[in-house]
Design a protein around this ligand. Structure first.
Ligand SMILES: [Zn+2]
Length: 296
């Protein structure tokens, strides 16, 4: 099951206690379906629980069960059969038959509590959210410009200013950041989905951290190998020209040690010397050897 469908199952199962919020949720679901006009009131959704909820909302208003078509296909399409029933549905939310462009009628959002329920309905009708394992993306796909503008205004008012683009003639209102997506899921009441999202985010962060750490350590090893090979070259040059025995004792010891362990880090060299010389002392002598070779 897709993450979207999981979220929708969770939202459908929520109990909306107050009548005002129940009304607002139904309004969001119906208004943001496939059509909401005198000519057609319908929804086309993949999730069967959402199409059943839609059918129930219609039946509660018209007292006539709506028509299901294409129930066997990928999408369930539910539509209101007669003009009389369609008018009853429009009127139940204060819309008239003759409206030219569809807008959100704020009278259906009686109180502050209703915005979350309304948004839940809208998401059930036209929303999707990507699995957080893939990427962070939540969107509402709206067929009408003015309706999408009204939704943007509401989202801005409740503190979630979205981005929007037009895709294949549809107005797409979307979020790409995990914080907003978490907050919207929480607001709509999808607590389990939010927890899952946070869980995935934490494990991604841990994985990134581990990867960064591994890269960092690999880089350090590379650095010590490169340094080692520069030093080995320098020591070879000294040996072939003036000879290692022309060097002071301390430098000779480090030169031999480096030749025996060309890839050892300073830490490892320090351990081999059993604390007789500090890392900075070893480093200093190695640099001195490179310098002597350069002067030759
Ligand atoms: Zn309410």
């Amino acid at each position: 099951m897709s993450f979207s469908s999981e979220v929708k199952d969770e939202l459908v199962a929520l109990e909306t206690v107050s009548t005002c919020c129940q009304h607002a949720q139904s309004y969001g679901l119906l208004l943001f379906g496939r059509s909401f006009s005198n000519a057609s009131v319908s929804i086309a959704v993949e999730n069967r629980k959402v199409s059943d909820m839609y059918a129930q909302c219609i039946a509660d208003i018209t007292h006539v069960p709506p028509e299901y078509s294409d129930r066997t296909g990928k999408m369930a399409i539910v539509s209101v059969k007669t003009a009389v029933e369609r008018r009853a549905v429009l009127n139940a939310f204060g819309h008239d038959a003759g409206e030219l462009s569809l807008r959100i009628n704020r009278a259906n959002l009686a109180d502050d509590c209703c915005f979350a329920a309304f948004l839940r309905g809208v998401f059930l009708a036209c929303g999707t959210v990507s699995s957080p394992e893939k990427n962070y993306h939540l969107e509402f796909v709206v067929p009408f410009l003015k309706l999408s503008n009204d939704l943007v205004s509401i989202l801005q008012e409740i503190g979630f200013p979205p981005k929007h683009i037009v895709r294949k003639g549809y107005h797409v209102i979307y979020y790409k950041d995990s914080e907003n997506i978490e907050d919207i899921l929480t607001l709509m009441g999808a607590t389990n989905a939010t927890l899952k999202l946070i869980g995935v985010k934490i494990s991604k962060d841990v994985r990134n951290h581990v990867n960064r750490r591994v890269n960092f350590e690999t880089a350090n090893i590379d650095r010590s190998v490169i340094a080692g090979s520069v030093q080995v070259e320098a020591i070879l040059k000294i040996e072939q020209t003036r000879g290692l025995d022309t060097l002071p004792e301390g430098l000779q010891e480090i030169a031999r040690l480096r030749m025996e362990h060309p890839e050892a880090s300073l830490y490892e060299l320090e351990e081999m010397l059993e604390g007789r010389l500090s890392r900075s002392g070893i480093n200093h002598r190695l640099k001195r050897l490179v310098q002597i070779a350069e002067e030759l």
